[in-house]
Ligand binder design. Structure first.
Ligand SMILES: Cc1ncc(COP(=O)(O)O)c(C=O)c1O
Length: 393
C-alpha cells in the first residue's frame, strides 16, 4: 500500500477481521478455541501455520496483528514471536543448524547469545568460532565445509562496532551459509537486514519496539524456505507470547517513529557534550568517527538510536560507584530502549575471545531517553565530577 515507514507504523497489521472496526485489535486471551463442526475442526488442523483460531499456543488476532506489522516493517514473508529477544536469537539459530555443523558468531555478540552457543549448541555437537566484528569479507578465512550459520550483531553489544554486513552476506551466499542478524539497536526503521541479503532478522522487541520497559518479547522475520524452517522450529519448541505482551508491543510500535527520532536527537546532543569532556577518552557511538565501522554505519544505516558507550580516561570498575550510585535521572538497569535514560558500567573484556578489549578506563553504557537533554547533561556532569574527584590528590 505504501513504502513510507511512518504510515506503515500506523496502519500495519490492523486487518478489519482482527480489529472488528475499532482502532486496536482487542486482547484475545485464549487457550481453548471452540469448533462448531467436525469439518471446521479438520480444516483448522490441516494447516497449523494459517492464521485461524485453533489453539491458544498458535496465537490469536492480537499476536497475528503484531506479527504482520513487524513483517511489513522488515519486508519479510513472515514473523514469529518469542517470549524474549534471546529466545528469538536462539530459535533462529536452532532452526538453521544440525548436529555436526559449525557456526560463526561475532565476538561483539550479546553475551547470552555466546552462552547459548557454548552451552546448548556445544552439547548438540554444533561447534562455534567467534570472529572479529570488523572482519568483513575476511570472514571467508574462517568458513569450513560444515559452516551453516553466520550470526551478525551490528553495532555490537557494549562496544558498538558496525559490521560490514553486505560483505559478510556475499561470503555467506557464496558458501550457501545462512545469516542471522540481531538488529535490536537499529530496529527495522534504521536498518533492514533482509534488504541487505540477511536471511533472518531478529529484534529484541523488549527494547525499542515495546519502548516502555514493561514487556519481554522477541521477533524473528524471514522469507520463503528459511521462514518455513524458522516457524516449524518455533512451533515445535512451543514458543508463544501472551496476548497482553503482544498488545503492549503493538501499542509501542505505533509511536516507534517519533520515539526513535527523539532518542537519536537526544543521544547525539549528549554524546557531543561527552566527547569534549576531559574524563572521557572515547565515544563508542556509530555516528562518531571514533567508533569502529563508522563509515559502514554512514553507508548502510539511515540513522542512529539512543544507546552508546563511553570509555573513561582512568580508574577501574569499582571507581564508577562514586558516579552511578548517586545519579538523579540515569538509573542502573540491564535493559534499554524504553523512554527512560539508563547507565551501566559494563566490562566487555569478559565476553571476548577472538579479539582483546583494551582501554584506559572503565566502559559506561548509556541509554538516552526522552528527558530534556539539559537535565541529562547536568546529571552526567555532576556524576563525572564525583568520579574524577577520587583521583585528585
Ligand atoms: C542486542 C540485544 N539482543 C538481544 C537481547 C535479548 O533481549 P531479551 O532481554 O528480550 O531476551 C538484548 C537484551 O539486552 C540485547 O541487548
Amino acid at each position: 500500500m505504501t513504502n513510507n515507514k511512518d504510515t506503515k507504523l500506523v496502519t500495519a497489521g490492523r486487518r478489519k477481521e482482527w480489529t472488528h472496526g475499532i482502532v486496536n485489535p482487542p486482547v484475545y486471551r485464549a487457550s481453548t478455541c471452540l469448533f462448531d463442526t467436525y469439518a471446521q475442526l479438520r480444516e483448522r488442523v490441516a494447516d497449523p501455520t494459517a492464521k485461524k483460531l485453533f489453539y491458544g499456543r498458535k496465537g490469536t488476532p492480537t499476536q497475528w496483528s503484531l506479527e504482520e506489522a513487524i513483517s511489513e516493517l522488515e519486508g519479510a514473508d513472515g514473523t514469529m514471536l518469542f517470549p524474549s529477544g534471546i529466545a528469538a536469537v536462539t530459535t533462529a539459530i536452532l532452526s538453521q543448524v544440525k548436529a555436526g555443523d559449525h557456526i560463526l558468531i561475532t565476538d561483539s555478540a550479546y553475551e547470552p547469545t555466546r552462552s547459548f552457543a557454548d552451552g546448548v549448541l556445544k552439547s548438540m555437537n554444533v561447534a562455534t568460532d567467534y570472529y572479529d566484528p570488523m572482519a568483513g569479507s575476511d570472514i571467508e578465512g574462517l568458513v569450513k565445509a560444515n559452516t551453516s550459520v553466520i550470526v551478525v550483531e551490528s553495532p555490537g553489544s557494549l562496544t558498538f562496532e558496525v559490521q560490514d554486513i553486505p560483505a559478510i552476506v556475499a561470503v555467506a551466499k557464496k558458501h550457501n551459509i545462512r545469516t542471522i542478524a540481531d538488529n535490536t539497536w537499529a530496529t527495522p526503521l534504521l536498518f533492514k537486514p533482509l534488504e541487505h541479503g540477511v536471511d533472518i532478522s531478529v529484534e529484541a522487541c523488549t527494547k525499542y519496539l515495546g519502548g516502555h520497559s514493561d514487556a519481554m518479547i522477541g521477533s524473528a522475520s524471514a522469507n520463503g524456505a528459511v521462514f518455513k524452517k524458522l516457524s516449524r522450529t518455533a512451533y515445535q519448541m512451543g514458543h508463544m507470547v501472551s496476548p497482553d505482551d503482544a498488545f503492549l508491543t503493538l501499542r509501542g510500535l505505533r509511536t516507534l517513529g517519533v520515539r526513535m527520532k527523539a532518542h537519536e536527537e537526544n543521544a547525539l546532543k549528549v554524546a557531543a557534550w561527552l566527547h569534549d569532556h576531559p574524563a572521557v577518552s572515547k565515544i563508542l557511538h556509530p555516528a562518531f568517527e571514533s567508533c569502529p565501522g563508522h563509515a559502514t554505519w554512514a553507508r548502510d544505516f539511515s540513522g542512529s538510536s539512543g544507546l552508546f558507550s563511553i570509555v573513561l580516561t582512568q580508574g577501574d570498575y569499582p571507581d564508577t560507584a562514586a558516579m552511578v550510585d548517586h545519579m538523579r535521572l540515569f538509573k542502573m538497569g540491564f535493559s534499554w530502549g524504553g523512554y527512560e535514560s539508563l547507565i551501566l558500567p559494563s566490562d566487555p573484556a569478559g565476553s571476548r575471545s577472538a579479539t582483546q578489549w583494551k582501554a584506559p578506563g572503565p566502559v559506561l553504557r548509556l541509554h538516552i531517553g526522552l528527558e530534556d537533554t539539559d537535565d541529562l547533561i547536568a546529571d552526567l556532569a555532576d556524576g563525572l565530577d564525583r568520579f574524577c574527584g577520587q583521583f585528585k590528590s
